[in-house]
Design a protein around this ligand. Structure first.
Ligand code: ZN
Ligand code: ZN
Length: 411
Protein backbone atom coordinates (compact mmCIF):
# COMPACT_ATOMS: atom_id res chain seq x y z
CA UNK A 1 0.00 0.00 0.00
CA UNK A 2 1.10 3.51 -0.85
CA UNK A 3 3.00 5.00 2.13
CA UNK A 4 1.47 8.45 1.63
CA UNK A 5 -2.06 7.08 2.03
CA UNK A 6 -1.04 5.19 5.17
CA UNK A 7 0.51 8.34 6.62
CA UNK A 8 -2.72 10.20 5.89
CA UNK A 9 -4.62 7.44 7.71
CA UNK A 10 -2.27 7.63 10.71
CA UNK A 11 -2.59 11.42 10.87
CA UNK A 12 -6.37 11.20 10.61
CA UNK A 13 -6.49 8.82 13.59
CA UNK A 14 -4.29 11.10 15.70
CA UNK A 15 -6.03 14.35 14.74
CA UNK A 16 -9.70 13.43 14.32
CA UNK A 17 -9.82 9.99 15.98
CA UNK A 18 -8.36 10.70 19.41
CA UNK A 19 -7.93 14.44 18.74
CA UNK A 20 -4.58 14.42 20.51
CA UNK A 21 -3.96 17.23 22.98
CA UNK A 22 -0.52 18.74 23.65
CA UNK A 23 1.63 16.68 26.03
CA UNK A 24 -0.93 13.90 26.17
CA UNK A 25 0.11 10.26 26.50
CA UNK A 26 -1.17 7.82 23.88
CA UNK A 27 -1.60 4.11 24.53
CA UNK A 28 -1.81 2.00 21.36
CA UNK A 29 -3.02 -1.56 21.57
CA UNK A 30 -1.64 -3.32 18.50
CA UNK A 31 -1.24 -6.85 17.16
CA UNK A 32 2.41 -7.60 16.33
CA UNK A 33 1.38 -8.14 12.68
CA UNK A 34 0.39 -4.48 12.41
CA UNK A 35 3.63 -3.18 13.98
CA UNK A 36 4.54 -1.15 10.93
CA UNK A 37 1.33 0.86 11.12
CA UNK A 38 1.57 1.18 14.92
CA UNK A 39 4.98 2.79 14.43
CA UNK A 40 3.47 5.23 11.93
CA UNK A 41 0.83 6.16 14.49
CA UNK A 42 3.54 6.62 17.05
CA UNK A 43 5.48 8.94 14.77
CA UNK A 44 2.38 10.94 13.88
CA UNK A 45 1.50 11.27 17.58
CA UNK A 46 4.93 12.61 18.56
CA UNK A 47 4.86 15.03 15.64
CA UNK A 48 1.50 16.35 16.82
CA UNK A 49 2.77 16.91 20.37
CA UNK A 50 2.32 13.65 22.28
CA UNK A 51 4.32 13.38 25.48
CA UNK A 52 4.74 9.63 25.25
CA UNK A 53 3.42 6.81 23.09
CA UNK A 54 3.09 3.48 24.88
CA UNK A 55 2.48 0.41 22.74
CA UNK A 56 0.61 -2.52 24.23
CA UNK A 57 1.64 -5.32 21.84
CA UNK A 58 -0.43 -8.46 21.54
CA UNK A 59 0.02 -11.68 19.62
CA UNK A 60 -3.08 -13.73 18.92
CA UNK A 61 -1.08 -16.85 18.03
CA UNK A 62 0.66 -16.87 21.42
CA UNK A 63 -2.72 -16.30 22.96
CA UNK A 64 -4.03 -19.36 21.15
CA UNK A 65 -1.09 -21.51 22.29
CA UNK A 66 -1.82 -20.41 25.83
CA UNK A 67 -5.49 -21.35 25.45
CA UNK A 68 -4.59 -24.76 24.04
CA UNK A 69 -1.72 -25.73 26.34
CA UNK A 70 -1.78 -23.85 29.64
CA UNK A 71 -3.21 -25.34 32.85
CA UNK A 72 -6.91 -24.67 33.22
CA UNK A 73 -6.74 -22.60 36.41
CA UNK A 74 -4.83 -19.89 34.56
CA UNK A 75 -8.05 -18.76 32.88
CA UNK A 76 -9.58 -17.71 36.18
CA UNK A 77 -6.68 -15.35 36.97
CA UNK A 78 -5.78 -11.90 35.75
CA UNK A 79 -2.42 -10.36 36.60
CA UNK A 80 -2.56 -7.32 38.88
CA UNK A 81 0.20 -5.54 36.93
CA UNK A 82 -1.87 -5.63 33.76
CA UNK A 83 -4.86 -4.15 35.51
CA UNK A 84 -2.56 -1.45 36.94
CA UNK A 85 -1.18 -0.81 33.47
CA UNK A 86 -4.56 0.21 32.03
CA UNK A 87 -5.63 2.05 35.13
CA UNK A 88 -2.37 3.95 35.49
CA UNK A 89 -2.47 5.47 32.03
CA UNK A 90 -6.21 6.09 31.95
CA UNK A 91 -6.15 7.92 35.28
CA UNK A 92 -3.28 9.99 33.90
CA UNK A 93 -5.56 11.15 31.06
CA UNK A 94 -4.10 9.10 28.20
CA UNK A 95 -5.83 8.66 24.84
CA UNK A 96 -6.39 5.08 23.66
CA UNK A 97 -6.04 3.68 20.17
CA UNK A 98 -6.94 0.08 19.57
CA UNK A 99 -6.20 -1.77 16.33
CA UNK A 100 -8.86 -4.42 15.70
CA UNK A 101 -7.50 -7.04 13.32
CA UNK A 102 -8.39 -10.48 14.59
CA UNK A 103 -8.29 -13.66 12.56
CA UNK A 104 -12.06 -14.30 12.71
CA UNK A 105 -11.82 -18.04 13.30
CA UNK A 106 -8.46 -18.46 15.00
CA UNK A 107 -9.92 -19.87 18.19
CA UNK A 108 -12.16 -22.41 16.45
CA UNK A 109 -10.63 -25.42 18.25
CA UNK A 110 -10.27 -23.71 21.61
CA UNK A 111 -12.55 -24.81 24.46
CA UNK A 112 -15.16 -21.98 24.65
CA UNK A 113 -15.25 -22.32 28.42
CA UNK A 114 -11.58 -21.26 28.67
CA UNK A 115 -12.20 -18.21 26.50
CA UNK A 116 -15.30 -17.26 28.43
CA UNK A 117 -13.58 -17.54 31.81
CA UNK A 118 -10.53 -15.60 30.65
CA UNK A 119 -12.73 -12.89 29.14
CA UNK A 120 -14.74 -12.63 32.32
CA UNK A 121 -11.79 -12.20 34.68
CA UNK A 122 -10.20 -9.72 32.29
CA UNK A 123 -13.38 -7.66 32.05
CA UNK A 124 -13.87 -7.79 35.78
CA UNK A 125 -10.30 -6.69 36.51
CA UNK A 126 -10.54 -3.88 33.98
CA UNK A 127 -14.04 -2.75 34.90
CA UNK A 128 -12.89 0.65 36.17
CA UNK A 129 -10.83 1.25 33.06
CA UNK A 130 -13.63 0.12 30.73
CA UNK A 131 -16.13 2.32 32.57
CA UNK A 132 -13.85 5.30 32.12
CA UNK A 133 -13.81 4.73 28.37
CA UNK A 134 -17.53 4.04 28.11
CA UNK A 135 -18.32 7.30 29.90
CA UNK A 136 -15.78 9.19 27.79
CA UNK A 137 -13.50 10.11 30.68
CA UNK A 138 -10.69 9.32 28.27
CA UNK A 139 -10.69 9.79 24.51
CA UNK A 140 -10.44 6.56 22.55
CA UNK A 141 -10.53 5.26 19.02
CA UNK A 142 -10.85 1.82 17.42
CA UNK A 143 -9.49 1.33 13.90
CA UNK A 144 -8.49 -1.58 11.71
CA UNK A 145 -5.41 -2.57 9.77
CA UNK A 146 -5.32 -5.74 7.63
CA UNK A 147 -3.42 -8.85 8.63
CA UNK A 148 -2.88 -11.79 6.26
CA UNK A 149 -5.06 -14.17 8.27
CA UNK A 150 -7.96 -11.72 8.47
CA UNK A 151 -7.68 -10.53 4.84
CA UNK A 152 -7.69 -14.06 3.42
CA UNK A 153 -10.89 -14.80 5.32
CA UNK A 154 -12.55 -11.73 3.81
CA UNK A 155 -11.20 -12.44 0.30
CA UNK A 156 -10.78 -16.23 0.21
CA UNK A 157 -10.31 -16.33 -3.58
CA UNK A 158 -7.34 -13.95 -3.66
CA UNK A 159 -3.66 -14.65 -3.08
CA UNK A 160 -2.55 -13.46 0.38
CA UNK A 161 -0.86 -10.21 -0.79
CA UNK A 162 -3.78 -9.35 -3.00
CA UNK A 163 -6.21 -10.04 -0.18
CA UNK A 164 -4.27 -7.68 2.12
CA UNK A 165 -4.19 -5.03 -0.62
CA UNK A 166 -7.95 -5.36 -1.21
CA UNK A 167 -8.71 -5.14 2.49
CA UNK A 168 -6.51 -2.04 2.79
CA UNK A 169 -8.44 -0.54 -0.10
CA UNK A 170 -11.79 -1.29 1.56
CA UNK A 171 -10.63 0.11 4.91
CA UNK A 172 -9.08 3.28 3.52
CA UNK A 173 -12.17 4.00 1.43
CA UNK A 174 -14.46 3.46 4.43
CA UNK A 175 -12.45 5.91 6.54
CA UNK A 176 -12.39 8.60 3.81
CA UNK A 177 -8.59 8.79 3.60
CA UNK A 178 -8.64 9.83 -0.05
CA UNK A 179 -10.53 13.07 0.54
CA UNK A 180 -8.33 16.11 -0.13
CA UNK A 181 -8.68 16.94 3.56
CA UNK A 182 -9.78 13.80 5.45
CA UNK A 183 -10.19 15.66 8.75
CA UNK A 184 -12.62 18.04 7.04
CA UNK A 185 -14.37 15.15 5.27
CA UNK A 186 -15.03 13.66 8.71
CA UNK A 187 -16.39 16.98 9.90
CA UNK A 188 -18.93 16.89 7.04
CA UNK A 189 -19.78 13.27 7.73
CA UNK A 190 -20.40 14.03 11.42
CA UNK A 191 -22.70 16.89 10.39
CA UNK A 192 -24.73 14.50 8.19
CA UNK A 193 -25.18 12.07 11.07
CA UNK A 194 -26.23 15.04 13.22
CA UNK A 195 -29.34 15.51 11.08
CA UNK A 196 -30.68 12.07 11.98
CA UNK A 197 -29.61 12.47 15.60
CA UNK A 198 -31.38 15.81 15.89
CA UNK A 199 -34.61 14.38 14.47
CA UNK A 200 -34.58 11.25 16.66
CA UNK A 201 -33.87 13.26 19.79
CA UNK A 202 -36.69 15.66 18.97
CA UNK A 203 -39.17 12.82 18.32
CA UNK A 204 -38.36 11.08 21.65
CA UNK A 205 -40.03 7.82 20.60
CA UNK A 206 -41.29 5.76 23.48
CA UNK A 207 -40.85 2.58 21.50
CA UNK A 208 -39.29 1.29 18.29
CA UNK A 209 -40.76 -1.67 16.42
CA UNK A 210 -38.35 -3.66 14.19
CA UNK A 211 -39.75 -6.04 11.58
CA UNK A 212 -38.38 -7.91 8.55
CA UNK A 213 -38.76 -11.11 6.54
CA UNK A 214 -35.92 -12.89 8.38
CA UNK A 215 -38.33 -13.17 11.30
CA UNK A 216 -37.38 -10.16 13.38
CA UNK A 217 -40.42 -8.77 15.21
CA UNK A 218 -39.11 -6.80 18.14
CA UNK A 219 -40.40 -3.97 20.32
CA UNK A 220 -37.77 -1.86 22.07
CA UNK A 221 -38.81 0.67 24.72
CA UNK A 222 -36.53 3.68 24.98
CA UNK A 223 -36.16 5.21 28.45
CA UNK A 224 -37.41 8.74 29.10
CA UNK A 225 -34.60 11.20 28.47
CA UNK A 226 -32.71 8.87 26.12
CA UNK A 227 -30.14 10.56 23.91
CA UNK A 228 -29.26 9.52 20.36
CA UNK A 229 -25.64 10.10 19.52
CA UNK A 230 -23.07 9.11 16.90
CA UNK A 231 -20.27 10.39 14.72
CA UNK A 232 -18.36 12.43 17.23
CA UNK A 233 -18.23 11.96 20.96
CA UNK A 234 -17.22 14.62 23.45
CA UNK A 235 -14.99 13.64 26.33
CA UNK A 236 -15.79 14.79 29.84
CA UNK A 237 -12.98 17.35 29.37
CA UNK A 238 -14.80 18.71 26.31
CA UNK A 239 -12.56 17.20 23.63
CA UNK A 240 -14.29 16.05 20.41
CA UNK A 241 -13.20 12.60 19.30
CA UNK A 242 -14.32 9.71 17.08
CA UNK A 243 -14.56 6.41 18.92
CA UNK A 244 -14.92 4.23 15.83
CA UNK A 245 -13.42 4.67 12.38
CA UNK A 246 -15.40 4.01 10.27
CA UNK A 247 -18.70 4.96 11.85
CA UNK A 248 -22.05 5.22 10.09
CA UNK A 249 -24.36 4.58 13.05
CA UNK A 250 -26.52 6.67 15.32
CA UNK A 251 -27.34 4.95 18.57
CA UNK A 252 -29.03 5.14 21.92
CA UNK A 253 -29.92 2.77 24.75
CA UNK A 254 -32.98 0.55 25.12
CA UNK A 255 -34.77 0.42 28.44
CA UNK A 256 -33.21 -2.60 30.13
CA UNK A 257 -36.56 -4.16 31.03
CA UNK A 258 -38.47 -2.94 27.94
CA UNK A 259 -37.57 -5.35 25.11
CA UNK A 260 -40.20 -7.80 23.82
CA UNK A 261 -40.23 -10.21 20.89
CA UNK A 262 -37.78 -11.92 18.59
CA UNK A 263 -34.72 -10.74 16.72
CA UNK A 264 -32.82 -12.64 14.00
CA UNK A 265 -29.19 -11.93 13.09
CA UNK A 266 -28.42 -10.74 9.57
CA UNK A 267 -24.63 -11.22 9.56
CA UNK A 268 -22.22 -13.58 11.34
CA UNK A 269 -20.81 -12.33 14.63
CA UNK A 270 -17.10 -12.76 15.26
CA UNK A 271 -16.60 -13.13 18.98
CA UNK A 272 -13.28 -14.00 20.62
CA UNK A 273 -11.93 -15.78 17.56
CA UNK A 274 -15.10 -17.76 16.86
CA UNK A 275 -17.98 -17.21 14.46
CA UNK A 276 -21.60 -17.24 15.57
CA UNK A 277 -23.96 -17.56 12.60
CA UNK A 278 -27.70 -17.48 11.85
CA UNK A 279 -28.79 -16.89 15.39
CA UNK A 280 -31.94 -15.56 17.00
CA UNK A 281 -32.98 -14.39 20.45
CA UNK A 282 -36.35 -14.02 22.10
CA UNK A 283 -36.86 -11.33 24.76
CA UNK A 284 -39.35 -10.99 27.56
CA UNK A 285 -39.32 -7.93 29.83
CA UNK A 286 -35.90 -7.14 28.40
CA UNK A 287 -34.33 -10.49 29.13
CA UNK A 288 -33.33 -13.21 26.66
CA UNK A 289 -35.57 -16.18 27.44
CA UNK A 290 -34.65 -18.33 24.42
CA UNK A 291 -31.97 -18.34 21.74
CA UNK A 292 -30.81 -20.45 18.78
CA UNK A 293 -27.67 -20.50 16.60
CA UNK A 294 -26.89 -22.62 13.55
CA UNK A 295 -23.19 -22.19 14.24
CA UNK A 296 -21.33 -21.14 17.40
CA UNK A 297 -24.15 -21.95 19.82
CA UNK A 298 -21.71 -22.54 22.72
CA UNK A 299 -20.02 -19.17 22.15
CA UNK A 300 -23.36 -17.40 22.04
CA UNK A 301 -24.44 -19.19 25.20
CA UNK A 302 -21.19 -18.18 26.91
CA UNK A 303 -21.69 -14.58 25.82
CA UNK A 304 -25.30 -14.40 27.03
CA UNK A 305 -24.48 -16.11 30.31
CA UNK A 306 -21.46 -13.95 31.18
CA UNK A 307 -23.36 -12.19 33.98
CA UNK A 308 -26.82 -10.86 34.82
CA UNK A 309 -26.66 -7.92 32.37
CA UNK A 310 -25.34 -9.90 29.41
CA UNK A 311 -28.81 -11.36 28.83
CA UNK A 312 -30.20 -7.82 28.30
CA UNK A 313 -29.61 -5.19 25.59
CA UNK A 314 -27.38 -2.14 26.00
CA UNK A 315 -27.56 -0.45 22.59
CA UNK A 316 -29.83 0.09 19.63
CA UNK A 317 -28.16 1.54 16.52
CA UNK A 318 -29.50 2.66 13.15
CA UNK A 319 -27.49 2.34 9.93
CA UNK A 320 -29.15 2.73 6.51
CA UNK A 321 -28.85 -0.36 4.32
CA UNK A 322 -27.85 1.99 1.55
CA UNK A 323 -24.63 3.25 3.21
CA UNK A 324 -21.05 3.23 1.86
CA UNK A 325 -19.77 0.19 3.75
CA UNK A 326 -22.94 -1.77 3.15
CA UNK A 327 -22.84 -0.92 -0.57
CA UNK A 328 -19.28 -2.25 -0.83
CA UNK A 329 -20.94 -5.64 -0.34
CA UNK A 330 -18.06 -7.05 1.68
CA UNK A 331 -18.57 -9.24 4.72
CA UNK A 332 -15.67 -8.19 6.95
CA UNK A 333 -16.03 -10.71 9.81
CA UNK A 334 -15.02 -7.77 11.99
CA UNK A 335 -17.64 -5.99 14.06
CA UNK A 336 -16.10 -2.55 13.60
CA UNK A 337 -16.96 -2.77 9.89
CA UNK A 338 -19.99 -5.06 9.82
CA UNK A 339 -21.84 -3.04 12.47
CA UNK A 340 -21.40 0.05 10.33
CA UNK A 341 -23.07 -1.67 7.40
CA UNK A 342 -26.16 -2.71 9.31
CA UNK A 343 -28.66 -1.74 12.00
CA UNK A 344 -27.51 -3.47 15.14
CA UNK A 345 -28.12 -4.09 18.80
CA UNK A 346 -25.65 -4.80 21.57
CA UNK A 347 -25.83 -7.27 24.38
CA UNK A 348 -24.58 -6.00 27.72
CA UNK A 349 -23.52 -2.65 29.07
CA UNK A 350 -25.27 0.50 27.90
CA UNK A 351 -23.47 3.81 27.42
CA UNK A 352 -24.44 6.13 30.29
CA UNK A 353 -23.88 9.09 27.93
CA UNK A 354 -27.08 7.99 26.13
CA UNK A 355 -29.26 9.09 29.04
CA UNK A 356 -29.78 12.61 30.37
CA UNK A 357 -27.50 12.99 33.42
CA UNK A 358 -26.48 9.33 32.97
CA UNK A 359 -22.80 10.03 33.62
CA UNK A 360 -23.70 11.62 36.98
CA UNK A 361 -25.73 8.64 38.20
CA UNK A 362 -24.54 5.90 40.51
CA UNK A 363 -24.95 2.19 39.77
CA UNK A 364 -28.29 1.91 41.53
CA UNK A 365 -29.80 4.97 39.89
CA UNK A 366 -28.71 3.76 36.45
CA UNK A 367 -30.32 0.37 37.07
CA UNK A 368 -33.59 2.02 38.11
CA UNK A 369 -33.54 4.24 35.01
CA UNK A 370 -33.19 1.12 32.82
CA UNK A 371 -29.51 1.54 31.92
CA UNK A 372 -28.08 -1.96 31.60
CA UNK A 373 -24.75 -2.89 33.20
CA UNK A 374 -22.56 -5.85 32.32
CA UNK A 375 -18.95 -6.86 31.93
CA UNK A 376 -19.59 -7.22 28.20
CA UNK A 377 -20.79 -4.98 25.39
CA UNK A 378 -21.14 -6.90 22.14
CA UNK A 379 -22.76 -5.53 18.98
CA UNK A 380 -24.59 -7.90 16.61
CA UNK A 381 -26.10 -7.12 13.23
CA UNK A 382 -29.82 -7.24 12.44
CA UNK A 383 -30.32 -4.84 9.49
CA UNK A 384 -31.63 -6.05 6.13
CA UNK A 385 -32.80 -4.46 2.88
CA UNK A 386 -36.44 -5.00 3.91
CA UNK A 387 -36.20 -3.80 7.50
CA UNK A 388 -39.08 -1.66 8.70
CA UNK A 389 -38.71 0.40 11.87
CA UNK A 390 -41.71 2.20 13.29
CA UNK A 391 -41.43 4.80 16.02
CA UNK A 392 -44.25 4.80 18.53
CA UNK A 393 -44.87 8.07 20.37
CA UNK A 394 -46.10 8.48 23.91
CA UNK A 395 -49.55 9.45 22.54
CA UNK A 396 -49.70 6.20 20.51
CA UNK A 397 -48.92 7.79 17.12
CA UNK A 398 -46.93 5.63 14.70
CA UNK A 399 -44.14 7.29 12.70
CA UNK A 400 -42.17 5.47 9.97
CA UNK A 401 -38.44 5.60 10.83
CA UNK A 402 -37.10 3.01 8.34
CA UNK A 403 -38.77 1.48 5.29
CA UNK A 404 -36.95 -0.89 2.92
CA UNK A 405 -33.87 -0.81 5.12
CA UNK A 406 -33.38 2.97 4.90
CA UNK A 407 -34.58 6.11 6.66
CA UNK A 408 -38.22 6.73 5.78
CA UNK A 409 -37.85 10.48 6.10
CA UNK A 410 -35.93 12.81 3.83
CA UNK A 411 -34.59 15.79 5.68
ZN1 ZN B 1 -22.93 0.40 17.67
ZN1 ZN C 1 -21.78 -1.08 20.53
Amino acid sequence: MDQKRLEKYANLIIQAGINLQQNQTVVISSPIETAEFARMLSEAAYEKGAREVVIDWNDELSKKIRYMKAPSELFDEYPEWKKQFYQFYSEGGAAYISIAAEDPELMKEVDPDRIMRAQKVANKANKKFRNRLMSNENTWNVVSVPTVSWATKVFPDLAPDQAVESLWEAILTAVRVDAADPVKAWQNHKNNLETAIYWLNKEQFQQLHFKNSLGTDLFITLPKGHIWTGGAEVSQQGVDFIANMPTEEVFTLPHKRGVEGKVVSSKPLQYNGKLIENFSMTFKEGKIVAFTAEKGYESLKGLIETDEGSAYLGEVALVPHDSPISNAGILFYNTLFDENASCHLALGKAYPVCLENGTLMGEKELEEAGVNDSLIHEDFMIGTSDLIITGIKENGNHVPVFTGGNYAIKW
